[in-house]
Every structure is written in structure tokens, then in C-alpha cells.
Design a protein around this ligand. Structure first.
Ligand code: TXE
Length: 486
């Protein structure tokens, strides 16, 4: 693990296995961190925050982020292979992602020296008042397994640009790429302790991190139940928190949509990344007049999905990342069947030869889904689509918003009126019109309702890593009455 610029063994002297989901066999050993390591990492992060890191100008901080981005770009292929092996994401997607991740470091690196305070034209004579935007201190970044480096980047880039230091805990299911990232932070020349990495389990590493008095902020991505728990722990220490917690996003297809595009959009929304994305369009809301035709076209396209080794560039649907997740998906398929949903495709573990011994679930499509069913309300986080018909805009909005989540939504229509109206009425942090699953370092991302708090990416995100100080300077020199407020 990386603590204060040194690679160290865990205090527990224990390691655990990281599994390759394609082979269902262990392929790496990961240090099992504990409170003792967490305490050291936080001490190192605090020391760096008060020392070396603070001494750097914002421009110099930005230059380091830029350098890091260059190193990630140079190592993109290697990082992509590690990530594919450790969590089963397609190499085809990972190459693109690793080539794109540097943009976050360039963008926030550029922003580092544009964080400006303001001079307030204060209403009191003889006083000068201005604000400073200051970093929070030590940030705990806790990340999940589904997109390990991308989701860590969304936290690390703005946190560091704002002048914070970080202790990062990757998911126990996909920690290996974090070590490769850590090496690049060192190589870029970040002072020791600015970025620390502690691997291990949620209760053994995550909780001591969140509850440590020297952690000023918790930036978390994961499931909503864990998020709720993390929020509660952070509340006890009155810590800053951002949470990104998944969803049950609706992909809404109107009868005036370009159906070729819409079919591809719905398929990409649920089967890309094996459905293991927070933004998965796991509910397809289809206008009743096109429902039958659309379902046939959906089945035709989904059936062509090539499953297999994620390291093969032609694979389109890879394995499920973890054994518990694999079991959870199969459970939800069983529940949907018991609830009376009609399984039109898949609905079982994949038995294809090219899937070997990996944790594969067939791309699955349910019709006859009633909005009240569990399959229409709970996050499956797998390649399982619920198709629900609707009659008009009002009903589409009602069904789409009838969920505790609010991360994203897709709207397929040729009508600009409808596109604008729907984008206003949908309770979601992101609305895509005639596209799906697009993200950028420039555009804020985050959830409404139970999908989270705060935003990642874009200029706004850096505000979540800053606090405002108001400075008052008397320039009149006449002491006021000490017994009344000035
Ligand atoms: O996530 P967890 P899990 C959803 C998805 C999935 C479900 C469970 O539905 O099926 O969550 O996945 C750390 N204190 N998403 O169990 O538990 C943990 O070690 C502090 C949605 O893998 O949320 C890991 O680093 N930390 C999602 C991180 O939290 C704790 C992405 C996420 O793990 C902790 C992943 C604790 N008590 C799953 N317990 C999204 N929003 O994209 C765990 N952790």
C-alpha cells in the first residue's frame, strides 16, 4: 500500500486474493489494510497537507496533475489490461476510458490556479472584506469495483487541484489498478503523502477512514445502502460528503423516435459494461403503439451480443465482476420470474463455450413488467432489462419518476418540444436525449434523490472540495464600541 510516498506491507501481514472474473480464479494478492494502516496514511496525508503540498503554488499543483495525465496516457494500454483482468471490463471499453481519463487531470490541472476569491463591496464603511477559497484538508476517497480508475479519477483530480490531500480506498474486488495509478503519482513527482492508497474491506478500512477526526471530507461511490451507512458515519464527525449511489434509470422511447437509434441506445444502456453501471438504463419505457415492434428489434439486436473474454477486443458482453454480484443478478432474475414478468431473452447463467468458467449472465429482457414489481424498482446492476409500456408523456414521466433513485434518464424523440419538456420533468441528474451513456470531464454528473449528493466533473465539482473563508480588515483605524456588534 502507498503511505507517505513509501510502498508498505499491511500492519496485519495479511493479503487477500483478487479474482479474475473471466477465469473465476485468483490472479493477484492484495494487502489487507486495517485501522493501523489507515491511521498512518491519514497522518501522512495531514503532514503533506500542512507541509509540502501547501508550499506549492496552485500553478505548480496543476502542472503535476498535467504530468500525471500524460503518464496515464502513456500507460493506457497497460492500465486497461490490468483493469480488464481484475474486473472483467471489456478491453475495447477500457482502452477508450484510459485514453480519456487524462482529460480529467488536464481539465482540473488547468482549473487549479483559477480558483479565485472575491472582494465583497461590503456595506460597512472603513472595512475591507474578501473571500478565500481554501482546500478542506484530508479527503477520503472510497471507490467501487465497476469502473475503478474512472470513478477514482472523478474524485482525485478535483480534490488534488483544490489543494487537498487524499487517502484512497479502492474496492476490495478490484484494487489492482490502484497500485499502478499509485506508481504514476510517484513518477509524476507528487510530494510524499499527497496521495495514499490503502486496500482492504469496507468495515476494516472504510470505516476507520470515515470516522477519523483528521478526515475532512468523504467522497464515496457505491451502493445506496452502503452510502446511507457512510453518510451516517460521516455525519457524526460533521464531515463534508459527496455520494454517488447508482439508480434505476428509465430509457424512454416515444413513437416519433428514430427507432434504429433508439434500439441501439436501449441496448447500450443496459448491456454495455454487463449492466454494471450506475447509469444503466435498466427500465425501457416504450410507447404502447410501438411496443411490440420495438421489443422484436431489441431482441434481434441483443441476441447478437458476443460474450466472452473481456481481453478480446471483439467481445461485447463480458463477465460479471464479482461472485456475490453474479448471484445477486441471478436472484433478481428468479424474483422477476416469480413476480410474473415474461422472460423474452436470457434469464440464466451463460453456458456458451467462449464464456469458460467465468461469471457470465445471459443478456436478459423482461416484458410484461409492472412498475410495482421489484424488478422495476430495485437496482440489479447487471444485464437485465425491464420493458414497460406507456400511453402518453404524463404516464412516462410518472413511471420514470416513480423510483427512489434519480441518477439518469434517456429520452428518444424527434420533437424538440418533447425533448425540452421531458428534460425538465424528469427527476434525474443527467438527461440524455437521443443518446445514452455519455459523460465528460466538463459536464456535472450526480444524482437526484437517493442517487446521491453533490456533483462530479465540470467546474462545479471543485466547489465540493473547497471551503470559503471570509476575511475582514479594518482600514479606518477607529475602534468601535466593544459592546455592540459591528
Ligand atoms: O458496493 P459497496 P458492493 C451497487 C450495486 C451493487 C451494490 C453492492 O447495486 O450490487 O451496490 O455492491 C466500500 N464503510 N453499486 O457491495 O458496498 C467498499 O469496500 C466504508 C452501485 O460492492 O457500496 C467499496 O470500496 N466503506 C455503484 C465501496 O464501499 C465501505 C457501484 C463500494 O462498495 C463500507 C458499486 C463501510 N461500512 C455498487 N462497506 C455505483 N454507484 O456505481 C463497503 N464499503
Amino acid at each position: 500500500m502507498l503511505i507517505g510516498g513509501k510502498w508498505v506491507d499491511p500492519a496485519s501481514a495479511e493479503w487477500f486474493e483478487s479474482m479474475n472474473p473471466f477465469t473465476a480464479k485468483p490472479w493477484a494478492l492484495v494487502p489487507r489494510g486495517s485501522k493501523a494502516d489507515v491511521d498512518q496514511a491519514i497522518a501522512a496525508a495531514k503532514c503533506a497537507f500542512l507541509g509540502e503540498w501547501r508550499k506549492l503554488t496552485a500553478t505548480a499543483r496543476g502542472a503535476l496533475l498535467h504530468k500525471f495525465g500524460d503518464l496515464v496516457a502513456a500507460e493506457a494500454q497497460r492500465l486497461a489490461e490490468i483493469e480488464s483482468t481484475d474486473n472483467g471490463k471489456l478491453i475495447a471499453e477500457m482502452r477508450g476510458q484510459l485514453n480519456y481519463i487524462p482529460q480529467w487531470f488536464y481539465y482540473y490541472g488547468g482549473l487549479a490556479d483559477k480558483i479565485e476569491g472575491r472582494v465583497i463591496p461590503i456595506d460597512k464603511p472603513g472595512v475591507f472584506n474578501f473571500t478565500r477559497e481554501e482546500p478542506l484538508g484530508v479527503v477520503a476517497a472510497i471507490t467501487p469495483w465497476n469502473s475503478p480508475l474512472l470513478l477514482a479519477t472523478w474524485k482525485l483530480a478535483p480534490a488534488l487541484a483544490a489543494g487537498n490531500t487524499v487517502v484512497w480506498k479502492p474496492s476490495e474486488f478490484s484494487s489492482v489498478s490502484a497500485f499502478a495509478f499509485g506508481e504514476l503519482f510517484e513518477k509524476a513527482g507528487f510530494p510524499p503523502g499527497v496521495v495514499n492508497i490503502i486496500t482492504g474491506f469496507g468495515n476494516e478500512v472504510g470505516e476507520p477512514l470515515i470516522t477519523h477526526q483528521d478526515v475532512a471530507k468523504v467522497a464515496f461511490t457505491g451502493g445506496d445502502k452502503t452510502g446511507e451507512h457512510v453518510y451516517g458515519l460521516a455525519a457524526r464527525g460533521i464531515k463534508h460528503v459527496t455520494l454517488e449511489l447508482g439508480g434505476k434509470s428509465a430509457n424512454i422511447v416515444f413513437d416519433d423516435a428514430d427507432l434504429d437509434q433508439a434500439v441501439k441506445g436501449v441496448v447500450s444502456g443496459i448491456f454495455a459494461a454487463t449492466g454494471q453501471t450506475c447509469i444503466a438504463g435498466s427500465r425501457a419505457l416504450i410507447h404502447r403503439s410501438i411496443h411490440a415492434e420495438f421489443v422484436e428489434r431489441l431482441l434481434d439486436l441483443a441476441k447478437t451480443a458476443r460474450m466472452g473474454n473481456p481481453l478480446d477486443a471483439s467481445t461485447q458482453v463480458g463477465p460479471v465482476t464479482t461472485r456475490p454480484q453474479y448471484e445477486k443478478i441471478l436472484d433478481y432474475i428468479r424474483i422477476a420470474k416469480e413476480e410474473g414478468a415474461v422472460c423474452r431473452l436470457g434469464g440464466a447463467p451463460a453456458q456458451r463455450e467462449e464464456c469458460g468458467s467465468g461469471w457470465f449472465v445471459e443478456p436478459t429482457i423482461f416484458t410484461g413488467v409492472n412498475p410495482e414489481m421489484r424488478i422495476a424498482n430495485e437496482e440489479v446492476f447487471g444485464p437485465v432489462l425491464s420493458v414497460i409500456p406507456f400511453d402518453d408523456e404524463d404516464e412516462a414521466v410518472r413511471i420514470a419518476n416513480n423510483t427512489v433513485y434519480g441518477l439518469a434518464a434517456g429520452v428518444w424523440t424527434q420533437s424538440i418540444r418533447r425533448a425540452l419538456l421531458m428534460s425538465e420533468r424528469l427527476e434525474a441528474g443527467t438527461v440524455w436525449v437521443n443518446t445514452y451513456r455519455a459523460v465528460s470531464y466538463m459536464s456535472p454528473f450526480g444524482g437526484y434523490k437517493r442517487s446521491g449528493i453533490g456533483r462530479e466533473s465540470g467546474i462545479d465539482a471543485i466547489r465540493d472540495y473547497l471551503q470559503t473563508k471570509s476575511v475582514w480588515i479594518d482600514i479606518a483605524g477607529n475602534a468601535p464600541n466593544p459592546f455592540v456588534m459591528r
